[in-house]
Ligand binder design. Structure first.
Ligand code: ADP
Length: 400
């Protein structure tokens, strides 16, 4: 089957066309600046990237351009849209309604709409992508894969906040968790790759990218995660603060004369590694270069990140009463050996020892603990698009 995977944001969308039999990516790319001017990046497997500047007033024109590129006579990956067998959509928030991926129906669209309040920037954009694909590819099955679904197995003691319970009952205020597609993919792969017993395994997944979250997975089920009602909670991230004393919001609002959206903007876009480094960068490569040049703010940002990740990992070891494997993934987790070493060295009390040579590798599936280490540590590259493709195929096949 050929599956078109769509990840629709408010002004951008990423896509991949995957042959599910071989799991090869036939073509991929993105549309940027939708509603502003418009830019399509298209890359057929084995060929160079093509960049086309063209007006994209709405997502409809953007998706139409993607479909035209995919079926282009010369550089297209397929001859006609008839060769697209299914579309898999990333949907950010499924609230408590979706604990698994699902075939999209009118009822599903309505239920996703009801979660819009919980992800006002993301869910409406995801829904636009779904509606446009339904319009442009009538009859092609569409599947929704939720960022929150994998975390729905968390027990109340992990997902409830210490707030009036009315907020949970009336407004659904609780921890949901995000990056679920990645946590699910990587934790499953960890069990296979490391030869763990899937029915007796305790795995911690550190998804460290621009946005970062950590999850604790027991026997394949998530029991806790660091992100919360929104993706702002948890570890320090590229530009997001992660956990802070909530009273800081009022204190800073008064000092800086900010309203609530103003404070939220600071916490989401001007904090984290970027904020800590005094605006040097949110990117680890820039921060490591600046720290090597003696920039203390950049060094502090790196130290805070490693310390913050270590504390969550340690907390999850306690929550699971043990751990068999700690796995690193996403941009930082896959590429940054210094961060991995920093976290693992702080966990020496667990009997973990790092294989320094293996830890020098980047972006590949590898065990980075020594053979005698009491806990296995590995790098497993995430692949959210492939995970969406697999779920889509499974659901479409089951429905036929
Ligand atoms: P997103 O959350 O946007 O999907 P990614 O998972 O792609 O982010 O991670 C992006 C981050 O990964 C960058 O901001 C950078 O900090 C980090 N990163 C990427 N490549 C490297 C590298 N070679 N060394 C260190 N960090 C890297």
């Amino acid at each position: 089957m050929n599956v078109l995977v769509i990840n629709c944001g408010s002004s951008s969308l990423k896509y991949q066309l995957i042959d599910s039999d071989t799991e090869a990516v036939l073509a991929k790319g993105l549309c940027e600046r939708i509603g502003i001017d418009g830019r399509l990046v298209y890359q057929k497997a084995g060929l160079d990237k093509e960049i086309t500047e063209a007006p994209m007033p709405t997502h409809k024109e953007a998706i139409q351009m993607v479909l035209d590129a995919l079926t282009n006579e010369k550089t297209g990956a397929i001859r006609s849209l008839k060769e697209v067998d299914a579309v898999g959509h990333r949907v950010v928030h499924g609230g408590e309604k979706f604990a698994a991926s699902t075939i999209i129906t009118d009822e599903v669209i309505k239920a996703v709409e009801e979660c819009n309040d919980l992800a006002p920037l993301h869910n409406p954009a995801n829904l636009i992508g779904i509606r446009v694909c339904q319009e442009l590819m009538p009859g092609v099955p569409q599947v929704a894969v939720f960022d929150t679904a994998f975390h729905q197995t968390m027990p109340p003691k992990a997902f409830l906040y210490g707030l009036p319970i009315k907020f949970y009952h009336d407004y659904k205020v609780r921890r949901y968790g995000f990056h679920g597609t990645s946590h699910s993919f990587v934790s499953k792969r960890a069990v296979e790759f490391l030869g763990l017993d899937k029915d007796n395994s305790k795995v911690i997944v550190c998804h460290l990218g621009n946005g970062s979250s950590i999850s604790a997975v027991v026997n394949g089920k998530c029991i806790d995660t660091t992100m919360g009602l929104t993706p702002l909670e948890g570890t320090v991230m590229g530009t997001r603060s992660g956990n802070i004393d909530p009273a800081i919001m009022e204190y800073v609002a008064k000092k800086e004369n900010l309203d609530i959206p103003g404070v939220m903007n600071v916490l989401n876009k001007k904090s984290g590694l970027f904020g800590l480094s005094g605006g040097v960068s949110s990117d680890m490569r820039d921060l490591e270069a600046a720290a090597a040049d003696g920039n203390m703010n950049a060094q502090n940002a790196l130290d805070v990140l490693i310390y913050s990740v270590t504390k969550f990992v340690g907390g999850f070891v306690a929550a699971m009463n043990g751990v068999d494997a700690i796995v690193f993934t996403a941009g930082i987790g896959e590429n940054d050996g210094k961060v991995r070493a920093g976290v693992v060295k702080n966990l020496g009390y667990l009997g973990i020892t790092l294989d320094e040579e293996a830890n020098k590798q980047r972006g590949e599936e590898i065990v980075i603990s020594t053979p005698d280490s009491k806990v296995k540590v590995a790098v497993i590259p995430t692949n959210e698009e492939l995970a969406i493709c697999r779920d889509t195929v499974a659901l479409v096949k089951a429905a036929n």
